[in-house]
Design a protein around this ligand. Structure first.
Ligand code: 0X9
Ligand code: CA
Ligand code: ZN
Ligand code: CA
Length: 525
């Protein structure tokens, strides 16, 4: 990211001065969470011995310069400073330059806040908890009445990512979704209708301590868990084994703290999982959940604790919903769909709790790359745009489903698309403004109409309250040339109806017309 340089200059350049040169009260100013590479002056063996006895261990010693270099978390840098060690440089560690397209915790925070500044009407960033090391856990809310409590008025959807530290593309996927929804709002009819009709919650980085630890060193650490200090001196609980549904039931997690799949001492023992639980319990309007992991390009439905597809705690209709929608999602992204336990048994996963306890249809998506990729968890940042954009259809589909997931079976909800006809005035307009008429109808009500000229959306209008029958007039201004116009109408269930296409020829002064059937232009005035 471009601003990384600015942050480095600011923090790397200024902070040593703040830390070294100023009075003790100004010595603990490190604004940024995370890890730092510190170089300090310790020119004698006695000074270095004192450093080691005070609990630090030098990574490297430069005997010519008399300096020691170490990589430390913020709190340790502050401790050095408090004890009066002469710090020469303090450099925050994030992704290395060649992977700067990825967001570390601070950069994720900066993106969220700057988008929230630019789109205050549709994006609000909230803290829903704190990590083990005290980092704020952020959720982005995207909705048309973003500052209101919409629990009673709109169906909700939760998308969360990066519960496993090293799965960095998953945070990028979530950040992409936030940016996509806010920047396409008012321009893209599908996005606009979803933001208007749904309460969309996105948690881009649910394990920030693990993320920061993973990237603080190159080569990356391949860290999976959070950063809980365990009683045996090891670190970390596998957050995707810490959820409280059939926790530790089935040999799908470990009770050994140092293990990669350590389930923790109790269900929801970790603040990161507990915060997700409380968040969902507080919002009964959330009817769909999706979480992003890496990698293998898969869409997985519950359960993960058993090979059985339909155990007694799985409702057959819910099962059919998750299979049907999961297959559709996979198809939209070019992924494969299957039951989670087809990979291997895992217990205490987020999906098993979200479905098992809350009965919310939910999927785990294992993103890019395919299992065969040599770079595994760490695809080059050049792949981020292509691979996040790739899941646009899947994400929009899942958000749309939130009002009534059983709609995928045709058994419930609104499955009837609006109808819309587009008509243009018989005479070429004066002044070049074309008054297009849209006649719409729907069994429940149309929530948004739009007109496309070829690939561009030339007009878009949200309709509040929804309209069952009626005619709307939309003024169009088109550049000279030939255009193919199509009208679209969406309903609250995100069903879409399209009109037949009309061809219009706009001359430089005003315009000339067309009907769909007879391809005959009226003469110019
Ligand atoms: O093991 C996990 O938590 C997930 N895979 S990952 O490589 N991202 O760690 C998959 C969980 C899916 N559930 C089951 N396999 N039961
Ligand atoms: Ca790169
Ligand atoms: Zn994972
Ligand atoms: Ca309808």
């Amino acid at each position: 990211m471009n601003y990384r340089l600015g942050v480095y200059l600011l923090l790397g350049g200024l902070l040593p001065w703040l830390l070294v040169g100023w009075s003790p009260s100004s010595r603990t100013l490190l604004a940024r969470e995370g890890w730092y590479q510190v170089t300090l002056y310790a020119g004698t063996r006695e000074a270095r011995t004192a450093l080691v006895r005070a609990g630090w261990h030098p990574d490297a010693i430069d005997l010519d310069r008399g300096t020691v270099t170490m990589v430390l978390p913020r709190t340790e840098v502050e401790r050095l400073s408090r004890q009066g060690w002469p710090l020469l440089t303090v450099r925050p560690l994030g992704f290395p330059s060649w992977d700067a397209g990825y967001h570390d915790y601070t950069e994720m925070q900066e993106v969220l806040f700057s988008l929230a500044d630019r789109y205050p009407d549709i994006l609000a960033v909230q803290e829903y908890g704190r990590s083990v090391e005290g980092r704020a856990l952020y959720v982005a809310k995207i909705s048309d009445r973003v500052w209101e409590d919409e629990r009673a008025s709109e169906p909700g959807v939760l998308i969360f990512a990066n519960i496993h530290a090293r799965e960095h593309l998953s945070a990028e996927q979530a950040i992409w979704a936030i940016r996509h929804l806010v920047t396409r709002y008012g321009r893209d009819p599908a996005v606009t209708n979803l933001v208007n009709q749904r309460e969309i919650w996105i948690m881009p980085m649910t394990n920030p301590d693990g993320v920061e630890y993973d990237i603080a060193r190159y080569p990356y650490r391949y860290w999976r868990k959070n950063r809980r200090p365990n009683p045996d001196g090891s670190y970390g609980v596998d957050l995707n084994r810490n959820f409280g549904y059939r926790w530790g039931c089935c040999g799908g997690s470990s009770s050994t703290p140092s293990a990669e799949t350590y389930r923790g001492p109790a269900p929801f023992s970790e603040p990161e999982t507990n915060a997700i639980r409380n968040f969902l319990l507080d919002r009964p309007n959330i009817r769909i959940a999706l979480n992003f992991h890496m990698y293998s390009e898969l869409v997985l439905w519950p359960y993960g604790y058993t090979y059985d597809a339909l155990p007694p705690d799985m409702d057959p209709t819910d099962y059919a919903v998750m299979v049907r929608a999961g297959r559709k999602m996979a198809q939209l992204s070019g992924y494969r769909a299957m039951q989670a336990s087809d990979l291997y048994i895992a217990d205490g996963t987020s999906d098993d709790w979200i479905y098992g306890t809350l009965r919310i249809p939910t999927w785990t998506v294992e993103l890019y790359p395919p299992a065969s990729a040599p770079f595994g968890f760490y695809p080059p940042d050049e792949d981020i745009p292509r691979e996040t954009e790739r899941n646009r259809g899947m994400i929009e589909y899942v958000i749309a489903l939130a009002d009534e997931p059983r709609r995928v079976l045709g058994l419930a909800g609104d499955v009837i698309s609006p109808t819309v006809t587009l008509t243009l005035p018989p005479e070429p307009p004066a002044g070049g403004v074309i008054l297009a008429s849209l006649t719409i109808s729907d069994n429940v009500g149309v929530t948004l109409v739009a007109i496309r000229a070829g690939d561009t959306v030339t007009r878009l209008r949200s309709i509040e309250p929804p309209l069952r029958e009626g005619t709307l007039t939309l003024p169009l201004v088109l550049p000279p040339g030939e255009h193919t116009l199509v009208a679209e109408a969406y309903d609250r269930a995100h069903n879409v109806g399209r009109s037949e296409s009309l061809r219009v020829e706009v001359t430089s002064q005003a315009s000339t017309w067309w009907s769909p059937f007879m391809n005959v232009s009226t003469p110019r005035r």
